[in-house]
Design a protein around this ligand. Structure first.
Ligand SMILES: [Mn+2]
Length: 353
């Protein structure tokens, strides 16, 4: 596996590339162009500049997270083909620059959802947490106000104010979109992308829905093994693959993550590895990566990735806020650096056995 770190660019991230470069075993960066809107065709010069910046810091640009998918594509409105064509052109440009991984998600309206961004843990660190009982008691606009006020002044990916200003309109857009239709729209989108992915050897890697069930009555389809395999079968091209996010999958403890990893041999193109601690059904927080700090068997997860021959980029995904660091929630330097070392330690030990 290639250890990587998500980075939000010089103007959006509190963490610097030179700091990331000093984490042992860290070889790559996962980033995106932050001044593009979903549906835009990316500018080739901007892609080149982004890549050069990462390379100049001694790191490889291992993938894009995310090229966001326009709501017209997800909802399947008549203008979707225009946005799909822009997406095809973006893949073409990324591929021509040697960037071969695109992470994306297909969740309507909201990206990942948390009910608390700075829950205080017994050791004084803070972390992101989810409580379904709170979701059941508030409306989406209130949810956004809470996220916005707890974000340390950073703009959280998936929670951009422009997007949230349109929350009512977006809910209206999806009002008549069933889970079957959402799934069909995803298949339509992927089928349109596969020729350019074949041409440039670009892997599409869908992120697990987070949490992996319907929130606020919106449809969600990337939730469990059955649904993942259904998508792999619907578009059997190996460039149609998965971002295996252990944190997102773990939101539903019914998901047997090592078994899911084994069932997706050859189709996992990117892995997000983190741990969560569950205290009640639908109630969890993001713990340290160390297995005993949370509820996941991190050894079994890394072992399954090794066993299926996974060699793509891995990143430590979210971390807690520790040692007084102020950053975008979930995306500080310190705890993700610690997490990367734990994952690499497991990986080394498993490889040497
Ligand atoms: Mn993830």
């Amino acid at each position: 596996m290639k250890m990587s770190f998500r980075w939000f660019g010089e103007t959006h991230d509190s963490v610097k590339l030179w700091q990331i470069r000093q984490i042992p075993g860290m070889v790559g960066i996962i980033t995106t162009l932050y001044d593009t809107a979903p549906g835009d065709e990316w500018d080739l010069d901007a892609i080149r500049a982004m890549k050069k910046q990462v390379n100049d810091a001694g790191l490889d640009l291992l993938g894009i997270e995310s090229v966001n998918v326009h709501d017209a594509i997800k909802a399947g409105t008549p203008d979707r083909d225009r946005y799909i064509q822009n997406y095809v052109q973006t893949i073409r440009k990324l591929g021509s620059e040697g960037i071969r991984l695109v992470c994306y998600n297909f969740m309507p309206v909201f990206d990942w959802t948390r009910t608390e961004l700075a829950k205080v843990r017994p050791d004084g660190s803070t972390t992101m947490a989810y409580d379904q009982r709170k979701i059941d008691g508030i409306d989406p606009a209130e949810m956004f106000r809470q996220v916005d006020s707890d974000s340390n002044g950073f703009v959280l990916p998936g929670w951009e104010p422009e997007r949230m200003a349109r929350v009512k309109e977006l809910f209206e857009l999806y009002r008549h979109v069933s889970e079957q239709q959402l799934f069909d729209n995803l298949v339509y989108f992927l089928n349109a992308l596969m020729p350019v992915c074949d041409e440039y050897d670009v892997n599409m890697a869908i992120h697990i829905d987070d949490p992996c069930w319907s929130v606020f009555g919106l449809p969600r389809v990337i939730t469990c093994r059955e649904q993942l395999l259904r998508l792999m079968d619907a578009v059997p091209n190996p460039h149609n693959g998965v971002t295996l996010c252990t944190g997102s999958l773990s939101s539903n403890p019914q998901n047997d993550i090592p078994a899911i990893i084994r069932s997706l041999k050859g189709r996992i193109h990117f892995a997000h590895v983190r741990n969560t601690k569950h205290t009640a059904p639908g109630v969890f927080e993001e713990s340290a990566h160390y297995a005993a700090d949370g509820s996941l068997d991190m050894y079994a997860i890394v072992k399954a990735l090794v066993d299926i021959g996974f060699e793509g980029p891995v990143r430590p995904d979210h971390g807690r806020a520790i040692w007084g660091e102020v950053s975008m929630p979930g995306y500080g330097l310190y705890d993700r650096a610690l997490g990367s070392q734990y994952i690499l330690g497991l990986y080394d030990a498993i490889k040497r056995q």
